[in-house]
Design a protein around this ligand. Structure first.
Ligand code: GTP
Ligand code: MG
Length: 445
């Protein structure tokens, strides 16, 4: 990993494949001279103006490659805070490769994944949590995930961490004052008060580190559709997805493999898993399918137990499910086939994938799961783990204070908490961590 940033790097920032345009980025001290070697603006200009788009030609070794647009953004007013040049050319593999080769021949080197954003971070334009939010924003596939990444890009996580650090520093100052001037403080009163402040801050960090909420915002809700064969699992999956995804027949045991599909509800993404019907069977393939059903359930956030409303107790709800702690919703299917004198099940939702009855109720049940989610300032796994670790150190500091050990013990734990919080925004970091974070980026970002 290049932390010195003396090289000039170049990469295609748009996705590969035929497209209207592709954007190629160049960043580094030689960005402008390298651009000038491959690009000639149509209107002659002594020097390209900052931030202005020029139409011109792209050429290499005397041969024209493409007609394109180019812009120069001079340091520090650029994404990386270095000199940056961008080319917009036609999005063909030919144009992009020819352009990149021309840039490399002119002195640029290929950028590593995330290297532009790494430079923005190293130059202090954004902190580490903001750099990670760039990646989250690129990967967001639903409104909630996008909005949460944007809040983080605007410094949401950094602000929260900054406030926690300020609080922690004020506790630490008091602890260190007690170490330095023991004669001036009443130890017992002071210890109890400091311990309470440590615990309150630990609680705040733990409340912000809601793994489940963060994952649901990022990846959406995962619901496994389980039930006896022919209950109508595949039909319901198709109805909710609005597409003919799973095979439906009146033969029990149609579905063998787990099949999934995703739809968007109220800005959140919901992934449904259609599974093999659960029952006693000697059929080897079906048995393997049922094993997969249980594995899908174990990884889901909730299970819908589907049964034919006309014969609800055909297969008992498996005890492994009831004992799993997963939220289970009973769904009674094929309501369109119920006769007026049939009893209506009351401990679940009655639906018909054929008439569409009850589907809104199912969606409302999903929305309720989202509505219960707390609004958390931390949405990335790495930040959540760091916040939990800092909270644990704070509680250890509080324990030491409560036990009236020398305040130096508390100070050690408080310093550890401070370091851990600093990892979120990147004040405390090492090359390994940066490597791990930025290697997950795409090239060109
Ligand atoms: N009338 C009516 N028939 C339905 C409804 N849902 C499913 N069916 C029928 O019930 C039969 C079984 O449906 P599937 O969706 O294949 O059931 P499954 O639970 O996926 O079954 P397996 O994959 O075998 O476990 C098919 O003939 C469907 O057309 C419904 O809401 N109303
Ligand atoms: Mg099926």
């Amino acid at each position: 990993m290049d932390l010195l940033m003396r090289d000039t790097i170049a990469a295609c920032a748009t996705a590969p494949g035929a497209a209207g345009i592709a954007v190629i980025r160049i960043s580094g001290p030689l960005a402008e001279p390298i651009l000038n070697k491959v690009f000639t603006p149509r209107a002659s200009a002594a020097r390209l103006e900052h931030g202005r788009l020029y139409l011109g030609t792209l050429h290499a070794a005397g041969q024209e490659i493409d007609e394109c647009m180019a812009v120069v953004m001079r340091a520090p007013k650029s994404y990386t805070r270095q000199d940056v040049a961008e080319l917009q050319l036609h999005g063909s593999a030919y144009s992009v490769n020819a352009c990149l080769n021309a840039l490399f021949a002119a002195g640029a080197r290929p950028a590593e994944p995330g290297e532009f954003t790494l430079r923005a971070y190293l130059n202090g334009r954004i902190d580490l949590s903001q750099a990670e939010s760039v990646m989250a924003l690129i990967q967001a596939n639903n409104e909630r995930a996008g909005q949460s990444a944007l809040r983080q890009l605007n410094g949401g996580a950094s602000r929260f961490v900054g406030e926690a650090q300020a609080d922690l520093l004020s506790i630490l100052a008091q602890v260190e004052a007690a170490i330095d001037y023991p004669e001036e403080v009443d130890d017992a009163v002071e210890d109890a008060e400091l311990a309470a402040r440590c615990r309150a801050l630990a609680d705040r960090l733990n409340a912000a580190a809601q793994e489940r909420a963060a994952r649901l915002v990022r990846d959406g809700l995962h619901v496994a559709l389980l039930g006896p064969p022919n209950a109508g699992k595949s039909t319901l999956l198709n109805a909710l997805l609005g597409e003919d995804k799973a095979i439906v027949t009146d033969i029990p045991g149609t579905t063998r493999d787990v099949l999934s599909g995703t739809f968007t509800l109220d800005g959140y993404s919901v992934t449904l898993y259609d599974t093999a019907g659960i029952h006693e069977t000697a059929d080897q393939i079906e048995r393997l399918g049922i094993d997969r059903t249980y594995r899908a359930a174990a990884q889901a956030d909730a299970v819908w137990w589907l049964q034919d409303a006309a014969q609800p107790d055909q297969e008992p709800l498996p005890t492994v499910l009831t004992g799993s702690g997963l939220p289970i919703l009973k769904v009674y299917t094929k309501s369109d086939r119920l006769q007026p004198d049939n009893p209506r099940p009351e401990d679940g939702i009655l639906v018909s994938a054929v008439s569409g009855d009850g589907l809104d109720e199912l969606k409302a049940a999903l929305k309720r799961m989202f509505d219960q989610l707390p609004d958390t300032p931390l949405t990335q796994q790495r930040h959540i783990l760091a916040a939990q670790e800092a909270a644990a150190s704070l509680n250890e500091a509080a324990d030491a204070l409560d036990a009236h050990l020398s305040q130096e013990f508390a100070a050690v734990h408080l310093h550890a908490a401070l370091d851990t919080l600093g990892q979120i925004t990147g004040e405390q970091t090492d090359e390994r961590l940066l490597d791990e974070i930025f290697s997950n980026f795409c090239v060109g970002k």
